[in-house]
Design a protein around this ligand. Structure first.
Ligand code: HPA
Length: 278
């Protein structure tokens, strides 16, 4: 049998973080590609590199710093992941989602997750922000569910419900915050693929038929693990490029990073607004 992450491994990383901080974070925030800037706004920050933690994977992608930033945002204690771990980097699903498990063992009840995504909905434009209202677990449907392996009964049940992956109250607050700030907030379904190749036009037409509004290479496994442990989840996609359903344009990582500059301030406004309401 494959090696799966154990409770002992999770707890050793959780203890290593707890030993270095004096606050109890109430929200874990995962920053997507090009959206790392938000971590610089954290006040009284303690920074811990993933490489300083036992059993911890390190992010290898440009635009992902690879550290936790723990401090305050809007006066609320937060633990920010500046840089996430992706399946396409060669890590196991257990490693990809280990940070969320660590948050759970640290007693953090909320997860705010962000990502860069391709806009599959025809109306979406680069620079838009989409509130994730539901997700398509394409990786899981093809056998890569992060809950495979022995169940961690201390955290959640073997067969967790997924009828509401994204918290409806947090969705309402995010919509209200966007309105108050004059921001257009798109909403829709995020499809998670493994990457790292972008989608072909046929992939994208298939995804659109299946109800996809935005597509990316992350988030879905983290949210499944979060819900297994009953965390409340808010999800935001920054639309970095228009998905290329007819094959007429190219998609590049540079484009994704560039769009992040426009998207970061909008995502920050919404996250601050939701944090403020907690
Ligand atoms: N496809 C998949 N992942 C992405 C994209 C995309 O078009 N843009 C940013 N992340």
């Amino acid at each position: 049998m494959q090696n799966f992450i154990t409770l002992e491994q999770i707890d050793s990383a959780a203890h290593a973080i707890k030993n270095r901080i004096s606050i109890q974070p109430v929200v874990g925030i995962i920053l997507g590609s090009g959206l790392n800037g938000l971590a610089d706004s954290v006040e009284n920050a303690v920074r811990i590199s993933y490489s300083d933690l036992p059993n911890f994977p390190v992010s290898t992608v440009q635009g992902h710093a690879g550290r936790f930033v723990i401090g305050e945002l809007e006066g609320k204690p937060v633990l920010v992941m500046q840089g996430r771990i992706h399946y396409y980097e060669g890590y196991t699903m257990g490693e990809v989602t280990l940070p969320v498990r660590v948050m759970q063992r640290m007693g953090i009840p909320n997860l705010f997750v962000t990502n860069a995504a391709g806009g599959v909905h025809p109306d979406f434009e680069p620079g838009d922000v989409m509130l994730i209202t539901d997700q398509l677990n394409l990786m899981g449907m093809s056998g890569l569910n992060p809950l495979m392996g022995p169940n961690l009964d201390e955290i959640g049940t073997r067969f967790p419900d997924m009828s509401r992956p994204y918290d409806s109250e947090y969705c309402d607050i995010a919509r209200m915050v966007a309105k108050e700030n004059g921001l257009t907030l798109r909403q829709g379904v995020y499809a998670g693929l493994s990457g790292p190749s972008f989608e072909s036009p046929a992939d994208l037409r298939f995804l659109r038929l299946a109800g996809t509004d935005a597509v990316g290479m992350s988030t879905v496994p983290e949210v499944i693990i979060a819900r297994h442990g009953n965390m409340r989840v808010l999800g935001l996609s920054g639309i970095s490029n228009k998905a290329n359903l007819d094959g007429s344009t190219l998609t590049t990582h540079e484009e994704v990073m560039e769009a992040g500059k426009v998207i970061t301030p909008k995502v920050e406004k919404i996250i601050r607004g939701v944090l403020h309401s907690l």
